[in-house]
Design a protein around this ligand. Structure first.
Ligand SMILES: [Zn+2]
Length: 187
């Protein structure tokens, strides 16, 4: 199978990569710091640390730090998942990657796949494709563009039975209805 089409926006992935490390390091450090502070205030012997004000401040800061850490974990998820989904898109034959296909390819439950797609598309990680969220969820891959190397998908009519097929540009495939060979040529 040809792998000549890019779906991942590298610029967006770079942003997520930076967010991942900044949020994980800062969030992790602050979470640790304020958790220790809260423990000292609750269980320590220093009377200056044992007032209610110190505890409230430590608790609020702990919550904010945990939120930063959580955002770092989400960015890490995006960085890890983006290339996996792109690889699945690149292997697709008909230009529509259905939820069933994604479930099979990832080995994950449909609900989990939808959650991951929501995360990736909400962060605009992809290009040359669109996400259909409601009925029959899945990802439409982009149409072929005029380039030297064929890329994307074209809609072709089978010369044997007249059925409409969608397949990768420049690739010969079999008609989904009658099995006759169809060519992915721009019409
Ligand atoms: Zn046919």
């Amino acid at each position: 199978m040809q792998r000549n089409y890019k779906y991942l926006l590298l610029r967006r992935m770079l942003v997520q990569q930076v967010k991942k490390w900044v949020y994980l390091v800062l969030g992790g450090f602050w979470t640790f710091l304020f958790a220790v502070g809260l423990c000292i205030s609750l269980f320590g012997d220093d009377p200056a640390m044992k007032d209610m004000e110190t505890r409230i401040i430590a608790l609020v800061m702990l919550a904010i730090s945990a939120l930063v850490l959580w955002r770092g974990l989400l960015a890490a998820k995006v960085v890890a998942l983006g290339p996996k989904y792109e690889a699945i898109f690149q292997m697709d034959r008909d230009g529509f990657v259905s939820l069933q296909e994604l479930t099979r390819q990832t080995g994950r439950a449909p609900q989990k796949v939808l959650k991951e797609l929501n995360l990736l598309f909400d962060r605009s990680c992809f290009t040359n494709c669109s996400y259909q969220r409601l009925e029959n969820p899945g990802v439409f891959l982009g149409d072929a563009v005029l380039e030297d190397t064929p890329a994307g998908y074209v809609t072709v009519t089978c010369t044997a039975c007249g059925a409409t097929n969608r397949l990768k540009a420049g690739v010969t495939g079999a008609c989904q209805v009658c099995g006759a060979p169809v060519q992915g040529l721009r019409q």
